[in-house]
Design a protein around this ligand. Structure first.
Ligand code: F6R
Length: 610
């Protein structure tokens, strides 16, 4: 989705903004722009396409721009096609007020109509442009007052960055339902929609809250609510390792992130398991009594995080013996779910800013339920709106296709299941120790899977030409099939469908012929024989199979030639291993096709609009 960066200080704003824009590229965008204030004049440059193009435009300007205040934006089109004219920043008619915006102004059509009737001339088809014109209309010598008046007219979601010749030494920002952070520097300050863009400059941030504005100079940050009353902001330290924002020796972020998984999972076990072998979630803000009396759980998430939630259901139902439902956030928020008093809502999100998941939490909270969030992003909106958070500590995830955040979510879900199971007396201390010992084996087992990289790459080469794929799994590896298929379609653009293998006969078997690549997850499990039958059904119809099987399985070799082995592991935790070759396979297919899997077409890393 769109990205915002802004700078005020004594360095060259345009250089810092360009660097910041590059760090925002991973969010997904189709056009970009920059606005800088140059001796009381605002210069705006924008283009369709990549930031490299914007950089060229800046280089070829006759007069060099020397400025200390500026804004940058990457746009992911919602209102109006990707084009230069629709790219941000947008100006009012006089060119004295310049705006960048993330989010959607829902009443922009009505506002535009009335502004046009009052003589405003619009240059773009965007919803954003109304904001610049509105402020201009309300400006009578007090910029902050005009800004607040304009905000009061807006309906929808927004993170805003604004510069104006009326207040040349300030950046104004506002937030409602879309993330905006202020990077607190020394003699300089930055604004951004997310952390990577400012990481090289400061580790101190203020996360603006909904319905807050700030006026920022190089030395001061003044935060107000929409009534104009001053608010004391909280400055937080961000703990992200700056290396996570670079590719290191890897060709792509996605590959680096796949290879980071063993270390992340090992870190999570160390963090959340005490030396005496108990699970310790030290800062949980829900009391133990509630957990003990809990009668059911609803998990809400989107995309990959939803798939993690599905695996969480298998784990929790088996280890805690309470019912779990899993919902897409976008469905949950618009139906009338039955939420009982002893229900725990678990939300899962890498970014903590996903619009539908946030809205679903707000919907759930109307029923006064407890919400536990499993999240990767410190201080994100979801963590603030939930009763408590367990962090996944996967570090920044830059690749648009989620990999390390997913397995970190799974690890936390397993630990939550063990924690609750033990607390409710379903899991004995002895069994808890056994499960934890098995979880400690996972990082090494993942490393072993990753040593098979070359073999997986060869399979990717062999299967590259297939026009469509079917991924089959059963039981707790049915969601792995969904996730494997999602990874492939996201980054290689090959249609891929995940299915519960037992459902194959009820429809998808019609798709099987010699042109179909079929990936079957056939690890050792109580349903092993069932899925072997499914493999045979696929083979009988000419389908070409890759099997993900457990090391030492000789039976599968009687049927299938193309096999990726995973080390033996308790089946309950197998999704932590079975997904790894599927991530690598998807990566290799995309790489062989020459696609940029870190920034797949049409996708955004953080889905902050509905
Ligand atoms: C897919 C992917 C998405 C996200 C989904 C939710 O690879 O990354 O499906 O999982 O958009 O995002 P978060 O986890 O940030 O709520």
């Amino acid at each position: 989705m769109c990205g915002i960066i802004g700078y005020i200080g004594n360095k060259q704003a345009k250089n810092i903004i360009l660097q910041g824009l590059k760090k925002l590229e991973y969010r997904g965008y189709d056009s970009a722009g920059i606005a800088v204030m140059d001796e009381k004049k605002i210069t705006v440059l924008k283009c369709k396409g990549k930031i490299a193009h914007l950089e060229e435009l800046l280089k070829h300007r006759k007069a060099p721009i020397r400025t200390h205040v500026g804004l940058g934006h990457t746009r992911w089109a919602t209102h109006g096609a990707p084009s230069k004219k629709n790219a941000h920043p947008h100006n009012d008619c006089s060119g004295n007020i310049t705006v960048v915006h993330n989010g959607i102004i829902e009443n922009s059509a009505d506002l535009k109509k009335s502004l046009k009737e009052n003589g405003c001339h619009f240059k773009s088809e965007t919803d954003t442009e109304v904001i610049a014109h509105l402020i201009s209309r309300f400006y009578k010598g007090d910029f902050k007052a005009a800004f607040i008046k304009a905000l009061q007219k807006l309906k929808g979601s927004y993170a805003l960055g604004i510069i104006s010749i009326y207040e040349p030494d300030k950046i104004f920002v506002a937030r409602n339902d879309s993330s905006l952070i202020i990077g607190v520097g020394e003699g300089e300050n930055l604004i951004s929609s997310d952390i990577p863009a400012i990481l090289g400059h400061t580790r101190q941030i203020i996360s603006l809250r909904d319905k807050q504005i700030a006026a920022i100079t190089r030395n001061t940050i003044d935060v107000f609510n929409f009534q104009g009353c001053r608010v004391i902001p909280k400055i937080e330290n961000i703990s992200y390792d700056i290396d996570t924002a670079s590719k290191g020796n890897f060709k792509h972020f996605m590959l680096k992130e796949i290879f980071e998984q063993p270390q992340i999972l090992s870190g999570l076990v160390t963090r959340y398991v005490s030396s005496s072998g108990n699970i310790k979630f030290d800062h949980l803000k829900i009391d133990k009594k509630f957990f003990k009396e809990l009668s059911n759980i609803t998990i809400i998430a989107c995309g990959t995080a939803y798939h993690a939630g599905l695996i969480g259901k298998y784990a929790i139902e088996s280890l805690v013996r309470i019912p779990v439902t899993v919902d897409f956030s976008s469905e949950f928020r618009y139906r009338t779910p039955v939420i009982k008093a002893k229900t725990l809502i678990i939300t899962i999100s890498q970014s903590g800013e996903t619009a539908d998941t946030l809205a679903a939490v707000r919907e759930a909270k109307k029923n006064r339920v407890k919400v536990l969030t499993i999240c990767n992003t410190q201080g994100s909106s979801l963590t603030r709106e939930s009763d408590t958070t367990i962090y996944t500590h996967a570090g920044l995830e830059i690749g648009v296709a989620s990999t390390k955040a997913y397995t970190a979510q799974l690890m936390v879900l397993y630990l939550v299941a063990l924690y609750l199971g033990n607390m409710k007396g379903v899991i004995s201390k002895n069994n808890l120790q056994k499960f934890i010992a098995e979880l400690k084996n996972i990082p090494l087992a993942q490393k072993k899977v990753l040593t098979d990289y070359k073999n997986i790459e060869k399979l990717a080469m062999k299967f590259l030409h297939f026009g469509a794929f079917l991924y089959l799994g059963r039981n707790n590896n049915f969601p792995t099939a969904l996730e494997g298929a999602l990874k492939l379609k996201e980054i290689s653009y090959i249609p891929a469908e995940g299915y519960a293998a037992g459902e194959m006969k009820h429809g998808p078997i019609a798709l099987i012929d010699e042109y179909r690549g079929v990936i079957c997850i056939v690890n050792q499990s109580p349903v092993y024989n069932k899925i072997i039958s499914n493999v045979q059904e696929v083979l009988a119809r000419g389908g070409k199979v890759i099997a993900i099987a457990t090391a030492g399985d000789f039976q599968i070799q009687n049927y299938v030639k193309e096999i990726i082995f995973i080390p033996e592991i308790d089946n309950i935790f197998s999704p932590l291993l079975t997904i790894v070759p599927l991530q690598v396979f998807a990566y290799c297919v995309a790489a062989l096709k020459g696609y940029d899997m870190d920034m797949p077409r049409n996708l955004a890393k953080s889905v902050t609009v509905e």
